[in-house]
Design a protein around this ligand. Structure first.
Ligand code: AP5
Length: 223
């Protein structure tokens, strides 16, 4: 196995396809997929203290406070399975989080960081989020327009057939709030990382496989 490091951040609006692409990319690079959204949803489902603190913010489509998220990301990045890198999905999403990630990378003696911006038009984002369905058993990410996906039906993966559900923050008012929060607090990171010369733009329109075919070479060439 290659000993190259792949320290990848996927940046993009809610519904840009970060989770879908992060799963594929982390398999291809053999590094862990770290989603702060998944970690927080896990904490809510388990009823932990972190989950209790995060739930209200998440349901309203607001960001969870920086200090909580920086602590969970820092702990996760220091784990042994991140020694050859990671695909970060949903972190950082504020300038203080980006600064904290920079400090953590320095402390862990890690470089370089590559930030991929997945750009998708707003109409398509709303279509993707309002139709998203997730599987409780295999964690698969689907869309109501995908073949074999129906409301009330099982996971379309024949090896799974688990229960599909809709995220509580995929309601129209939460989607509107998440997009507003993205524009105000996360979009400035495009400029932040661009100025540091570590940003690459990958168009996020097209099928998931088409995007994956653009993403992998972009990451391999720049890491
Ligand atoms: P998080 O879970 O990170 O949500 P998000 O950023 O809003 O992103 P999503 O998971 O909604 O979308 P995605 O880009 O991963 O798209 P996906 O691949 O699923 O965060 C949730 C909440 O947690 C936040 O609002 C906040 O409260 C909190 N939080 C998390 N991290 C935080 C942080 N760092 N700081 C503070 N708070 C934090 O795809 C979406 C849909 O589109 C699916 O249905 C999929 O099947 C479909 N799709 C994907 N790709 C394509 C394609 N190419 N063509 C057509 N359909 C596609």
């Amino acid at each position: 196995m290659s000993d190259r490091e792949y320290n990848v951040v996927l940046l993009g609006a809610p519904g840009a396809g970060k989770g879908t692409q992060a799963k594929m990319l982390s398999d291809q690079l053999a590094v862990p997929h770290i989603s702060t959204g998944d970690i927080l949803r896990g904490a809510v489902a388990e009823g932990t203290e972190l989950g209790a603190k995060a739930k209200g913010y998440m349901d309203r489509g607001e960001l969870v406070p920086d200090d909580l998220v920086i602590a969970i990301a820092g702990e996760r990045l220091a784990q042994d399975d991140c020694a050859r890198g990671f695909v970060l999905d949903g972190f950082p999403r504020t300038v203080p989080q980006a600064e904290a990630l920079g400090r953590a990378m320095d402390e862990l003696g890690r470089e370089p960081l590559l930030v991929v911006n997945l750009a998708v038009e707003e109409d398509e984002i709303v279509r993707r989020l309002s139709g998203r369905r997730l599987c409780r058993d295999c964690d698969g990410i689907f869309h109501i327009d995908d073949e074999g996906v129906t409301d009330g039906g099982p996971c379309p993966d024949p090896d799974c057939e688990g229960e599909l559900y809709q995220r509580s923050d995929d309601r129209p008012e939460a989607i509107r709030e998440r997009l507003a929060v993205y524009r105000e607090q996360t979009e400035p990171l495009i400029d932040y990382y661009s100025k540091r010369g570590v940003l690459v733009d990958v168009p996020g329109e097209g099928s998931p496989d088409e995007i994956a075919e653009r993403l992998l070479p972009a990451v391999r060439d720049r890491s």
